[in-house]
Design a protein around this ligand. Structure first.
Ligand SMILES: [Zn+2]
Length: 303
């Protein structure tokens, strides 16, 4: 674990412009909205190509299989085919703008749905009648035909399914894309922060500790000192996670997660995590305080 080596510390003073992009301690992280043009173009080319191929593949599968559950799995697969490449390229080319990802995913989702519909008569009709409905007017004609006398579904029931399909592709596609760039970005060093889970653990607050908890949620990190320490093997504890810039080691955000191990119906221990807050900016001294306050004996904390 030497990603945060001191030797990598670069203390070049930030320019006034960069200084504006720094977060106050306790402030929630938000992407700056910056999106390099080359990254946007790359994400569009790859994302749209994947969407077209995915749409045709999805159409082929749903016309061959007629099981509702399989169709839902295929729909998730199609959303993944759209969202994942867009998200991965966004990460690679440092796009830190959810809005740009929203635009890219909606465009890619629309392309996928267009190709699905264009190829539907091709896969659904017999060999002699098959055609590809390239023109929107052809798609409209095909839709009206299915509305009047569709196979499996028809009428408004079919329309409801088509609308749900489109909404799910947009929503899931966006989810798969955005999750790739959920790490905070250090605008000073132009790089993504790296995550380290469990830099400190604390006992769940007792009832008479609720005011401490409110202060912590408000970003008063000194209040952590008033919490009890606990072993990481405890059944229930609070875990502090950190996102830190590997270059400057200055840009840092912390998240607080409640971890609970509960026995399920089969008697197996299941881990439940609840986020109390995520990605609040923290300065070096405050971070050191939390880590020192959460230190338990080395034996129980070593994994
Ligand atoms: Zn940095």
């Amino acid at each position: 674990m030497n990603e945060f080596r001191q030797s990598e510390l670069q203390l070049n003073g930030p320019s006034p412009d960069q200084d504006l992009l720094r977060f106050r301690s306790g402030q929630k992280y938000k992407h700056s909205g910056r999106a390099p043009l080359f990254g946007l173009v790359a994400a569009a080319i790859v994302g749209f190509a994947c969407a077209a191929i995915g749409g045709i593949g999805y159409c082929y599968c749903i016309t061959k299989l007629h099981l509702a559950l399989v169709e839902i799995v295929l729909l998730v697969g199609l959303s993944l085919t759209i969202g994942l490449p867009i998200g991965l390229i966004a990460f690679k080319f440092k796009i830190r703008s959810d809005l740009h990802l929203l635009g890219l995913t909606i465009a890619a989702g629309t392309i996928a749905i267009y190709f699905e519909w264009a190829f539907h008569p091709y896969f659904a009709l017999g060999e002699k009648h098959r055609y590809i409905a390239w023109a929107p007017s052809d798609i409209w004609f095909w839709m009206k035909l299915l509305f009047a006398k569709g196979g499996e579904f028809s009428g408004w029931y079919a329309v409801a399914i088509w609308v749900a399909e489109i909404l799910l592709v947009y929503l899931l596609g966006l989810g798969f894309a955005i999750i790739q760039i959920e790490n905070p970005f250090c605008e000073r060093c132009e790089c993504w922060t790296e995550r380290r889970d469990g830099v400190a653990v604390f006992a769940q607050p007792q009832i008479d500790h609720t005011d401490v908890f409110v202060r912590i949620e408000d970003g008063d990190f000194a209040a952590f000192q008033e919490l009890q320490t606990v072993s990481r093997k405890a059944q229930s504890y609070l875990r502090v996670d950190m996102d830190m810039c590997p270059k400057c080691l200055q840009t840092c955000f912390v998240s607080l997660v409640s971890v609970d191990h509960k026995a399920n119906d089969k008697g197996e221990l299941e881990k439940n995590e609840t986020k109390f807050f995520s990605q609040l900016a923290i300065d070096q001294d405050e971070l050191a305080t939390i880590i020192a306050a959460g230190k338990v004996d080395q034996f129980s904390s070593r994994r």
